[in-house]
Design a binder for this molecule. Structure first.
Ligand code: SF4
Length: 308
């Protein structure tokens, strides 16, 4: 299974990790490769893989809310029925309870295969002493996010929309944009045709999370892959814990700047590889950050300084 090839691709999250700490980027995209095999012959690879899949409580809340919204919208599109907010919230409560227990008991270390859909919490792995009150708050915020989603008016819009107008519900797409031969991964929370244009919806589950680069990449995707004129692309950010929807529109100039940025970012990443064609990397070529505050919250901190 670990024989399939580690191919290079770019994404906004990859760029953000690259900027944060080069060594963290290496562990995440190269050092942990193949570690989904529980019996991997290299113990370090296995450890890096498990650590790479840790989420902190804010990320857990976000991924739980995103998965539930995805489930609600997919059920709505396939059956025409909108699940009640109460039912949705109660299944999230159940799920968070069982995910919490799984993580608290460290069962992720025993699981073979992908850990992508498994909950492994940083707070449990590093025994941060997070109080029950804080965990309760994490759950309560997830519920508040769902209340905002059900009150957003979006489910009603989707209910009225013919199925064929839905472009994406949380689907990951690898695109080769015209400006660079490398694949760029884009995951739209929700996108649908609206009149002659496209409506893109992005759910945020924490305060102050807005990421302009991410929105620009969504817009480039709609412009290039869906061939929608720029003025017909509408992007709405819903901060589900905050103060309602915010519309974003970008100019051709902003798009050009983003294209330039993505090209530069890809060139920098590939420039650090031992063999850019084979996408192979050497750990020592990726220096550690000297910002201790980044290390404090880093999933790899328990092993990082033992490695060369
Ligand atoms: S512990 Fe610090 S230096 Fe090591 S990977 Fe994490 S952020 Fe980078």
């Amino acid at each position: 299974m670990s024989d399939f090839k580690n191919e290079f691709s770019w994404s906004v999250s990859r760029d953000s990790l690259f900027k944060e700490c080069r060594r963290k980027y290496y562990y995440n995209y190269y050092g942990s490769w193949g570690g989904w095999d529980k019996n991997h012959r290299d113990k370090t690879t296995r450890i890096l893989y498990v650590l790479k899949n840790l989420q902190n409580r804010w990320q857990w809340k976000g991924s739980t809310v995103h998965h539930e919204i995805e489930k609600v919208l997919k059920e709505l599109v396939s059956t025409g029925d909108l699940v009640s907010a109460e039912k949705s919230k109660s299944r999230v409560t159940e799920l968070m309870r069982s995910d919490f227990r799984f993580s608290r008991d460290g069962l992720y270390w025993q699981k073979d295969g992908s850990l992508r859909n498994v909950t492994a919490l940083f707070e449990h792995e590093y025994k941060t002493g997070t109080t029950d009150e804080v965990w309760k708050q994490t759950h309560d915020e997830a519920i508040k996010c769902l209340d905002s989603f059900f009150g957003s008016g979006v489910p009603e819009v989707i209910k009225k929309l013919p199925k064929e107008k839905i472009i994406s519900i949380e689907s990951m797409t690898a695109s080769a944009f015209s400006f660079n031969p490398e694949k760029v991964f884009v995951k739209l929370d929700l996108a649908y045709e609206s009149g002659d244009g496209v409506e893109i919806v992005d759910w945020k589950t924490g305060a102050g999370e807005s990421d302009k680069l991410q929105f620009l990449v969504y817009t480039i995707f709609a412009y290039e892959e869906l061939e929608v004129p720029l003025e017909q692309i509408s992007l709405t950010e819903y901060n589900l814990l905050g103060d309602g929807p915010r519309a974003h529109r970008f100019s051709a100039h902003e798009l050009n700047d983003a294209v330039e940025y993505v090209n530069e970012s890809i060139a920098k990443m590939k420039g650090m590889l031992a063999d850019p064609d084979e996408n192979t990397a050497v750990m020592t070529d990726f220096p550690r950050t000297d910002n201790e505050r980044i290390c404090e919250t880093c999933s790899f901190k328990k092993i990082c300084f033992e490695l060369d």
